[in-house]
Design a protein around this ligand. Structure first.
Ligand code: SAJ
Length: 411
C-alpha cells in the first residue's frame, strides 16, 4: 500500500493525508472544493490547526502530498467526508455514498477502502455495498485476485491537538473481514504510535459514538447541576470542585451548551439506531441543547433595566482557543441576543477570527470588537468561551458591569 488516496480534505482528512505523506506514502488527496485543492497544492492549509501547515508545506514540496478534485487510482482509500443530519437527527450517508461511487470505477481488485467518517452502525457495510453494486466483477470475499477490503477506523483526535493525537492516540480498527482489519492495521501502523485495537466494523462504529456519547452525558450532568445549583443559590464551580475530591468522582465542566460537530452530533446516531432504548443518551442531548436558551433568558432579564442595552459577548467559537465556529452554542446565543434585545447592541469579542460569520455580520446591531473596547462599552459582559486572553483581563474593568460568566472563569 504505497499510494493512498484520502477522500475529503477537511479538519480530519487533511491532517490524515499529511501524516501519511510524512510517513513516506504517496498521498493523493481529493476534495470537491477547487479552492481547497489549490491552497493545499500551494502548501497552504485552509483552516487553523496547530502544526499542520508545516507538515503540509513540507510534504507538498517533497512531492509526497498532492490534491485534486478527481478520485485517482490508489492501493488504499481513506474516506473522510461529513456525515451530517437529515430528518429527525438521522445520519445522512450521501457524502459517503458519493465518495464510494467516485472510488468504484478506479478499483482493480486488492484495494483497501477505509471509512473514517463518524458513522452509525452498519455504515461501513453500506459503503461496501454501494461499491460492489457498481462493480459486480469484484467481491468482498478475501483472498482472490478480485477481492476488495473494507474497514472502519474512526478518528478520535481533539481539534487544536490534532497533529499530536493523530500520531499518539490508540486507534480502533474494524474490518468487515479479518483480512481487511489486518491490512488497515498495517496501513495505520505506518504513522500511528498508539495501540491499534482490532475489532469488527460495527463495533468500531459504535465505539466511536460511545466515546462521544459518554462525554456528552457527563457534560449534561454538569450542565444540569449548574441549573439546579443556580436555583439553590450555590456556586456550581465550587460544588463540582469539592465533589471531584472524591477518588471516584470526576464531573466535567458546565457551560453555555455543547458545540462542535462531534459531541453534539454523534450521540444522535446511537439514538436513531435504537430510539426505544436510548433514553439516557437522548435526555443528555436535550439537557445540553437547553443550556443556550437558559443563558439567553438570564441576559434578557438583566438587560431589562436598560433602554438600549449593550452586551459584550466574549467568545463565539465552539470551545476555547480555536477559530472553529461550527455548531457553536455561543455563536447562536450572540445571534439570538442581537435579535431579542430590544434596542440593544451585541459587541462580539472573538480574538481567533477576523470577521463575523454571515448571519451576525449582516445585522446592524452586531459588531466585532477588541476585548478592551467590548468591555469598556458594555453594560453586560457575557463570558461564553474560556479563551486564554479572557482569563488574564484586569478584573477592575468589570467593577461597574453586570457580569454573566457561563464558564466560571472569573470566580
Ligand atoms: N464542553 C463542556 N464542558 C466540558 C468539556 C467540553 O461544556 O467539560 C463543551 C465544549 O465547550 C464544546 C463541546 O463540549 O462546546 C465539545 O468539546 P470537546 O472538547 O469535549 O470535544 P470536541 O468536539 O472538540 O472533540 C471530541 C473528542 N471526543 C472526546 O473527547 C470523547 C475528540 O476526541 C473526538 O475526536 C472528537 O470529538 C470527534 O471528532 O469525534
Amino acid at each position: 500500500m504505497q499510494t493512498v488516496s484520502v477522500i475529503g480534505l477537511g479538519y480530519i482528512g487533511l491532517p490524515t493525508a499529511a501524516v501519511l505523506a510524512q510517513a513516506g506514502k504517496t498521498v493523493i488527496g481529493v476534495d470537491v472544493k477547487q479552492a481547497n485543492v489549490d491552497a493545499i497544492n500551494a502548501g497552504r492549509v485552509p483552516f487553523v490547526e496547530e502544526g499542520l501547515e508545516t507538515v503540509v508545506a513540507g510534504t507538498v514540496a517533497q512531492g509526497k502530498l498532492s490534491a485534486q478534485t478527481e478520485t485517482p487510482e490508489a492501493d488504499a482509500y481513506i474516506v473522510s467526508v461529513p456525515t451530517p443530519f437529515k430528518g429527525d437527527h438521522e445520519a445522512d450517508l450521501s457524502y459517503i455514498e458519493a465518495a464510494a461511487r467516485g472510488i468504484a470505477p478506479k478499483l482493480k481488485g486488492g484495494e483497501l477502502v477505509v471509512l473514517e467518517s463518524t458513522s452509525p452502525p452498519g455504515a461501513t457495510e453500506h459503503m461496501a455495498a454501494v461499491i460492489l453494486k457498481e462493480r459486480t466483477d469484484l467481491t468482498d470475499e478475501p483472498g482472490r485476485a478480485n477481492s476488495l477490503y473494507f474497514s472502519h477506523a474512526p478518528e478520535r483526535v481533539l481539534p487544536g491537538r490534532i497533529m499530536i493525537e493523530m500520531v499518539e492516540n490508540d486507534r480502533i480498527i474494524g474490518g468487515t473481514t479479518a483480512e481487511a482489519s489486518e491490512m488497515t492495521r498495517e496501513l495505520y501502523a505506518s504513522f500511528c504510535n498508539g495501540e491499534l485495537l482490532v475489532t469488527d466494523a460495527k463495533t468500531a462504529e459504535m465505539a466511536k459514538l460511545t466515546e462521544n456519547a459518554f462525554r456528552d452525558v457527563n457534560i449534561a450532568f454538569a450542565n444540569e447541576l449548574s441549573i439546579i445549583a443556580e436555583r439553590q443559590g450555590i456556586d456550581v464551580w465550587e460544588l463540582i470542585e469539592l465533589a471531584n475530591h472524591h477518588p471516584r468522582v470526576n464531573i466535567l465542566q458546565p457551560g453555555p451548551g455543547v458545540g462542535g460537530h462531534c459531541i453534539a452530533v454523534d450521540p444522535w446516531f446511537i439514538v436513531s439506531a435504537d430510539r426505544e432504548f436510548s433514553k439516557l443518551i437522548a435526555t443528555a442531548r436535550n439537557v445540553n441543547d437547553s443550556k443556550p436558551e437558559i443563558v439567553i433568558e438570564k441576559v434578557l432579564e438583566r438587560a431589562a433595566r436598560f433602554k438600549a442595552p449593550t452586551v459584550a459577548a466574549l467568545g463565539i467559537a465552539f470551545k476555547p482557543n480555536i477559530d472553529d465556529l461550527r455548531e457553536s452554542p455561543s455563536r447562536n446565543i450572540a445571534g439570538a441576543l442581537a435579535e431579542r434585545l430590544e434596542g440593544g447592541t451585541v459587541l462580539v469579542v472573538e480574538p481567533n477570527v477576523d470577521e463575523l460569520p454571515k448571519e451576525l455580520a449582516e445585522r446592524d446591531n452586531v459588531e466585532l470588537v477588541s476585548l478592551e473596547d467590548g468591555i469598556e462599552r458594555a453594560d453586560i459582559v457575557l463570558l461564553l468561551v474560556d479563551h486564554d486572553p479572557f482569563k488574564l483581563i484586569d478584573r477592575d474593568l468589570l467593577h461597574e458591569k453586570i457580569v454573566v460568566d457561563t464558564k466560571g472563569l472569573w470566580r
